[in-house]
Ligand binder design. Structure first.
Ligand code: HEC
Length: 120
């Protein structure tokens, strides 16, 4: 019984992961235009102003990414393990501010960008 419940939970998690709300095609356009992500981020591993974003959805869950992309400064100020990981990678442990620009995207647009990040 326990394993049946476990498999159902797992199947649900996989289904949710696959059917993410955003539209990756729109997200790619937003990444390169309104979102200005492209100014600071490559879609490979290579660093530009910020870290390369290939595989970033494996390092951070969608809920965190949504918060971060919507309000990087506020999320940075709140701290937590995911912020510590970003700070370590950027060599900014203990710094009061992130260099990431404030987001200009509507909530649904952030979902689209996250869907695009899933393809990197
Ligand atoms: C003005 C430059 C700039 C812009 C524009 C920008 N970012 Fe960033 N971003 C950064 C920097 C710099 C960091 C690393 C933290 C630091 O150094 O303050 C970062 C960190 C991140 C991280 C965490 C990556 C990791 O592995 O640590 C993600 C995800 C991210 N940005 C996504 C985005 C998305 C999506 C957009 C567009 C909506 C965007 N960023 C726009 C500069 C920017």
């Amino acid at each position: 019984m326990r394993s049946v419940v476990f498999s159902m939970v797992l199947a649900f998690a996989v289904a949710v992961g696959v059917s993410y709300a955003g539209d990756a095609g729109k997200g790619e356009t937003l990444f390169n235009t309104t979102g200005k992500c492209k100014v600071c981020h490559k879609t490979t591993d290579a660093k530009l102003v910020g870290p390369g974003l290939a595989g970033v959805t494996k390092a951070f869950d969608d809920a965190f990414l949504k918060e971060w992309i919507s309000d990087a400064q506020g999320t940075w100020a709140k701290g937590g393990p995911q912020i510590e990981a970003i700070q370590k990678k950027a060599n900014k442990v203990g710094k009061p501010k992130t260099a990431m620009a404030p987001g200009k995207l509507a909530a649904a647009e952030v979902d689209d960008v996250i869907a695009y990040l899933h393809t990197l």
